[in-house]
Structure formats: structure tokens, C-alpha cells
Design a protein around this ligand. Structure first.
Ligand code: AMP
Length: 216
């Protein structure tokens, strides 16, 4: 089973992708994570995309399409994947259709995580991750049980994304509205879009997604 999660930054795509990964043995393919890893590794790609990402703009389509095309050819993608953060433009969506057809693969579900824009800045600016295991937390909505200690691995180091600053978040939301939101009618027209209410509690959103993908 292959799934696309669509939605603006802060809608909870990463959180829900991790739930799907655990429950269904699917692989989370987060293009944002791949790009951040490229920056940390100091690769040529990382150098190329660093400034773009820090500005909140989108990385050029050709780079992203090449990245996903290579990634879904890896053996670990064969049991099914969740695209988290890709496609983000109509050109990426069209290329994805072409590349999947060429590889004899297909997308089974496109799921929109629908949220009201006014909550997004608050959601994004409060989030942070455990530096050791990557578990996600939020200053208000998802604190660790014991302050300063990761629930998953007991690590005590945490970090925040540099593009989660309010001024960058504004640019990221504009990029979503202008370049990614047009994908909703694109997939709706193909009758492959389902929408879930991502304003609900994390566990309720997970249940709604389950009801979409478990339809016989
Ligand atoms: P994310 O972690 O999904 O919020 O992505 C962080 C940043 O990575 C975005 O603001 C973009 O600069 C870049 N990025 C991630 N995925 C894509 C994509 N599919 N197309 C263009 N840029 C992307």
C-alpha cells in the first residue's frame, strides 16, 4: 500500500506517517527529513538546498523528483510507503504519476490532513524533537511525561528546526497555499482524495486515517 499525505506545514503529516509506519509496516518517506540529512552530511545537495530551505521556499522540482525517484527504487520501499512532503507542486505530482507507472507501482490513497490556517503558526513554533531518537514533542500540546527527558529513549537533548521560526513559517505557509494547495483539486479530479479533520486529537486523526485505508 502506497499513501500520500497532503497538508500544510504543521498539519501533522510526520506524526501520522510515523503511526502508519508502526501499524502497517510502511516506510515513511519524508523529503524534508532527506533534505535535512543532506545538509547535516555536508553533501553538495545539502549546500545547494540549505539557503532555500532556510528561506521557507520550495526546493526546485527537478532535484525533488530525482530524489524521490531514486528513493522508491530502493528495496525497502517495495513493501509500501507513505509520502510525507512530496509531491508539493503540480509538476511533482505529474512526474510522480509517470515515474510510478514506469516502475509498475501506484498510489492507493491520497489523504488530506485538513486544518484551519490560524492554528498552524502556534502548532509549528512550539514543536521540537529528541536529538537522539527523533521523537516529536510540543511545548503546549505534547510534553514529555518527565520534563526534559524523552519518553521513547530517555535522551535529554532536544532540538528545534531552524525553519520553524515565525518569519520562515509565514513563507512556508505561502508556498503551501500557492504551490501545494492546487494539488487538492488535482487529486480530487482523479477521485483519489480523502480528507480527514486534522484539527482533532492526534489519536482521533489516526483513527480517521485508518477508516480511509481499511475500506475493503
Ligand atoms: P518539511 O519538513 O516537509 O516541512 O520540508 C521542509 C522544507 O524542505 C520545505 O520548506 C522545502 O524547502 C523543502 N522541501 C521538502 N519537500 C519538498 C518538496 N517536495 N518540494 C520542494 N521542497 C521541499
Amino acid at each position: 500500500m502506497n499513501i500520500i499525505l497532503l497538508g500544510p506545514p504543521g498539519a501533522g503529516k510526520g506524526t501520522q506517517a510515523k503511526e502508519l509506519e508502526k501499524k502497517h509496516g510502511l516506510l515513511q518517506l519524508s523529503t524534508g527529513d532527506m533534505l535535512r540529512e543532506a545538509i547535516i552530511s555536508g553533501s553538495k545537495l545539502g549546500e545547494e538546498v540549505k539557503t532555500i530551505m532556510e528561506s521557507g521556499a520550495l526546493v526546485p522540482d527537478d532535484i525533488m523528483i530525482r530524489m524521490i525517484s531514486n528513493r522508491i527504487e530502493q528495496p525497502d520501499s517495495k513493501n509500501g510507503f507513505i509520502l510525507d512532503g512530496f509531491p508539493r507542486t503540480t509538476a511533482q505530482a505529474r512526474e510522480l504519476d509517470v515515474m510510478l507507472e514506469r516502475k509498475g507501482m501506484k498510489i492507493d490513497f491520497v489523504i488530506e490532513l485538513a486544518v484551519q490556517y490560524d492554528v498552524l503558526t502556534q502548532r509549528i513554533s512550539g514543536r521540537y524533537n529528541c536529538t537522539n531518537c527523533g521523537a516529536g514533542y510540543h511545548d503546549e500540546f505534547q510534553k514529555p511525561f518527565k520534563e526534559g527527558i524523552c519518553d521513547q529513549c530517555a535522551g535529554d537533548q532536544f532540538s528545534r528546526r531552524s525553519d520553524d521560526k515565525p518569519e520562515t513559517v509565514k513563507a512556508r505557509l505561502s508556498a503551501y497555499e500557492e504551490q501545494t494547495a492546487p494539488l487538492l483539486p488535482y487529486y480530487r479530479k482523479m477521485n483519489s482524495l480523502s480528507s480527514v479533520n486534522a484539527m482533532a486529537e492526534i489519536s482521533e486523526v489516526t483513527l480517521e486515517i485508518e477508516s480511509v485505508i481499511c475500506v475493503p
